[in-house]
Design a protein around this ligand. Structure first.
Ligand SMILES: [Zn+2]
Ligand SMILES: [Zn+2]
Length: 228
C-alpha cells in the first residue's frame, strides 16, 4: 500500500491552499491508497475526519500533525490532539511514548546544502558537519522512530543526505509529498508491506517497521524503493 505520510490542507495549515476534495481527487488520479493529514495546527477533529472518510471510502485518511521543535519539524502519528510543551522535542518524545505514538524527523536536510544557515537541524551551528559519521551524531536522530528521506519539498540531493544518514544509523525511512497544493502529490510515498485499513493497523505497521520510503515517476507507474 502506498501512503503519503506528509500532506497539508487548507483546513489545518494556514500555508496550504489544498482543499480536501482536490486532495482526494488527485490522490485517486495518482494511485495513492492513503494520505496522512500532518497539519500544522494539530490533528483534525476526530468526528470531522470520520465524516470526511465516510464521504471518500476509496482513500484512507489518517490523522497526524507536524510540530515545530528545536530539532526542526517532527511529524507525529498517534497523538489525537495538540498537547502543551511538545515544541520541546524531549517532551514530545515522552508524551508520544505515553500514548504509543510514532515520531518522524521531517525533511532534516532541507537547505542543508543550498542555504545551510536556514537548515532547522543545525540552526546557528556553523560550519555544519560535512561527513555522515558526524552528521548522524545529531541527537534528533536518536530521538525519532524514523527519518523522512523523500520529502517532496526538499531537493533530491538534500533528501539523499537523509537517506545516507538513515542507512548509516539503520533507521526506518518514510516518504511524503509535504504537499500544500495538488503539486507533487503521488510521487513521494511510503510503501507498507501490509494492508492498512485504519489508525490501529497503521500504528502497528509503523511500530513494526513494516514500511519503507519510495519514490514514484510523475506518471505514477514506476515505484522505486529507497533503503531503510
Ligand atoms: Zn515541515
Ligand atoms: Zn510539512
Amino acid at each position: 500500500m502506498l501512503i503519503d505520510l506528509h500532506v497539508h490542507t487548507v483546513r489545518g495549515s494556514s500555508d496550504s491552499s489544498l482543499k480536501t476534495d482536490e486532495l482526494v481527487e488527485e490522490a485517486a488520479r495518482t494511485g495513492l491508497d492513503g494520505v496522512c493529514l500532518t497539519e500544522h495546527r494539530g490533528p483534525w477533529d476526530r468526528h470531522e475526519l470520520a465524516a470526511l472518510q465516510e464521504r471518500h471510502p476509496g482513500l484512507l485518511l489518517l490523522n497526524a500533525m507536524e510540530v515545530e521543535t528545536s530539532f526542526g519539524h517532527l511529524t507525529v502519528f498517534g497523538l489525537d490532539r495538540f498537547v502543551g510543551g511538545i515544541h520541546d522535542p524531549v517532551t514530545l518524545r515522552r508524551i508520544a511514548d505515553g500514548q504509543g505514538a510514532f515520531v518522524v524527523l521531517a525533511h532534516p536536510f532541507r537547505y542543508f546544502l543550498s542555504l545551510p544557515e536556514r537548515n532547522l537541524l543545525y540552526r546557528g551551528q556553523f560550519p555544519v558537519p560535512a561527513v555522515i559519521e558526524e552528521i548522524a551524531q545529531h541527537p534528533a536522530f536518536a530521538l525519532v522512530d524514523a527519518i523522512e528521506v523523500n520529502n517532496g519539498g526538499t531537493s533530491p540531493t538534500e533528501n539523499a543526505v537523509a537517506l545516507e544518514v538513515a542507512r548509516y544509523l539503520g533507521k526506518p525511512t518514510v516518504g511524503g509529498s509535504d504537499a500544500h497544493s495538488t503539486h507533487g502529490l503521488g510521487q513521494s510515498v511510503t510503501a507498507f508491506d501490509d494492508r492498512i485499513t485504519g489508525t490501529d493497523d497503521f500504528l502497528a505497521a509503523l511500530h513494526a517497521s513494516r514500511f519503507h520510503a519510495a519514490t514514484r515517476a510523475p506518471d505514477g507507474v514506476l515505484t522505486h524503493a529507497l533503503g531503510g
